[in-house]
Ligand binder design. Sequence first.
Ligand code: F0G
Length: 458
Amino acid sequence: MKHSVIIEPFRIKSVEPIPLSTEEQRVEYLQEAHFNPFLLESDKVIIDLLTDSGTSAMSAAQWAGMMEGDEAYAGSRSWLRMQQEIRDLTSMEHVLPTHQGRAAERIIYSHLGGPGKVFISNTHFDTTRANIEFSGATAFDIPIAEGKDTALEHPFKGNMDTVALERLIALHGEKNFAAVILTVTNNSGGGQPVSMENATEISRICRNHGILFLLDCCRVAENSYFIKHREVGMEHLTYREIAQRMFSLADGAVMSAKKDALVNMGGFLTLRDTALAEACISLLIITEGFTTYGGLSGRDMEAIAIGLTEVFDPNYLEYRVKSTAYLGDGLHRMGVPVMRPTGGHAVYVDAKRLYPHIPVNEYPGQALVCELYRLAGIRSVEIGSVMFGKYAEDGSLIPAQMELVRLAIPRRVYTQSHIEYVLETFAEIMRTRDNVRGYRIVKEPKFLRHFTAHFEAL
Ligand code: F0G
């Protein structure tokens, strides 16, 4: 018999209770958190879809591996295992362990960046952009035009616009280019995949101009799933072979292991060029730790090595991508405007289309985030003008390209009934959408304001 129901390909061995709350309590909690869910205590959240980062459930094999962790300062066995695993996956000689993705970003982008330098990406993730801009360099996003239309069906909306890439190289001069960064999957652009064809073309352009080509590869296994099922000529390769082929096109990679390495903390930087790696190793030792642990304990490195093999299991990847689509396609059928097609790690709701009566400077995405929490204790994140908005000289808001709300799915954590609960909540969101009002920001820091900003309901 051929089954249409995709089951979670695991049994639950250890459970964590979810504290439930009433709507009345949540109205109070939301006020205390200044209408910013980043400021909520997690015990006040029922379904936490804030991020898929560092929220995975580890496997029995990973927990067992934790006990095997070698905590030696230098030359740890667990380090050698992690290094070998990453070398095999990326074919890159130099591997620098870090405590998470942005630590790897700080090391490489502070070295490559500085005033006058240019970085290009399909879309820079917020910490990537912040690290680049903090160095004084400039970051440009050039997703393909299809990627900006949330309703459009397209197999690889995460692709970079390679015509725009050539144009920008001519405009700014290749010597001012610090790097081209391909984010797979493209998180801020809707969790959409990047094709092998696009990566190959970018690699060719970068090689022709002598520009460094880096992958921001924290969801590379999920990206491989889409390539295998959507790109002609790729169907005969395994998911791991697809990832290996993509790495072979790049000069280096930055990975937050908190996503597709299925761990709660960790990351790494990997490079081909020895001189570049040596410069980065100096920064690594000053700010993260010695070369054989970076910011990690031996047990973390053990779990990363195991997670990087588990994530390419075909049964896992099928469950992972199909269960995200179960939520995304379910919302689509209910008429909720969502980013189409559903991406790998998250569902993105288009808040501008959900709440057309709320202007962008009153943050429709933040309004949806607050509604989801009030109605159901669901925590989500705005990826729009709160996260990416800037101010013009006259103080007016320069909005982001899109006003999205991300429902990120932690790996191996929630079951189908949790997702049914989210779908039920959206039925109510649709019924009451006309009554919802926007927000204004009353307090914000200079960088990464979405983490700590305070809001007031209008
Ligand atoms: N690059 C991408 C594409 C990311 O999604 C993230 C983190 C990072 C780099 C930075 O990694 O958190 O380990 O320092 N994304 C998380 C998210 C925070 O919720 O999407 P980190």
